[in-house]
Design a protein around this ligand. Structure first.
Ligand code: DGL
Length: 267
């Protein structure tokens, strides 16, 4: 019998940074990935649109016999997590909670920076989650919309990306932050550039993919739903341009993916 899967979805290819961490943490699981490449970016869209897309994707993924849904996309986690939780009767995990919990533990100064897309930052989801966790924490946020296309272009150590990151992070450096949440799927790929622009090693970077993988594994274990033996597998679906996804996946994962299936998810 086929094992029940763990589904991971994102607006596109960026969620592969989260997928990679989950693959590492849960090697025996059947993973099902969906990238909404026909409708990305989510980071500049409204709550209404992103919520509708997410519910359609969830309906599609539920047909694939899954036991958990992981929202790898920060913008989708910021805008649509509660709608997904209300609509589904399987556990739904978003990337904001794990990152916020890790940041709250890591900070000594009490000031946490958050960078992400416009949709993520404007939603105030990170600020609200940090305030709910500890009212004494200070948050400094900055939307960095140019970083997503630069990462997709492969300009990971490029002087233009360095300049852009420096310009975005300059105001945050003045806030006394000692911890910075990478609140977007693409940012782990330019960690070195962000680290330098944020002021060097004295700032601790929080990678939401790593934190998500840790919490997903803990959740499955505590609920006795973890698959611990056997060989894991992976399936990839996208709503457009599977060849481009395949090409970028090689870079994002550091390994090729065999098959990417085009899937229609509209209601
Ligand atoms: N995956 C998105 C996020 O993490 C970035 C790309 C987009 O805007 O769709 O917010």
């Amino acid at each position: 019998m086929r094992a029940q899967g763990v589904a991971i979805f994102d607006s596109g290819v960026g969620g592969l940074t989260v997928f990679k961490e989950i693959r590492r943490a849960l090697p025996a699981e059947r993973l099902v990935y969906f990238g909404d490449t026909a409708r990305l970016p989510y980071g500049s869209k409204s709550r209404e649109a992103v919520t509708r897309f997410c519910l359609e994707i969830a309906r599609f993924l539920l047909k694939h016999d899954i036991k958990m849904l992981i929202v790898a996309c920060n913008s989708a986690s910021a805008l649509a997590l509660s709608a997904l939780e209300d609509a589904l009767d399987i556990p739904v995990l978003g990337v904001i909670g794990p990152a916020v919990r890790a940041a709250a533990v890591a900070t000594k100064s009490g000031t946490i920076g958050v960078i992400g897309t416009e949709a993520t930052i404007n939603s105030r989801a990170y600020e609200d989650a940090l305030a709910a966790l500890n009212g004494a924490l200070k948050t400094a946020v900055k939307a960095c919309p140019l970083l997503v296309p630069l990462v997709e272009e492969g300009w990971w150590a490029h002087p233009v990306t360095e300049r852009v990151a420096q310009a975005y992070l300059r105001p945050l450096k003045k806030t006394g932050m000692d911890t910075l949440i990478l609140g977007c799927t693409h940012y782990p790929l330019i960690k070195a550039v962000i680290q330098k622009a944020a002021g060097g090693r004295r700032v601790r970077l929080i990678d939401s993919g790593e934190e998500m993988a840790r919490e997903a594994r803990a959740w499955l274990k505590v609920n006795a739903m973890e698959r611990r033996t056997g060989k894991g597998s992976q399936e990839f679906f996208v709503s457009d341009a599977p060849d481009r996804f395949k090409r970028l996946a090689r870079r994002f994962l550091g390994a090729g993916v065999d098959r990417v299936t085009l899937a229609a998810v509209e209601a």
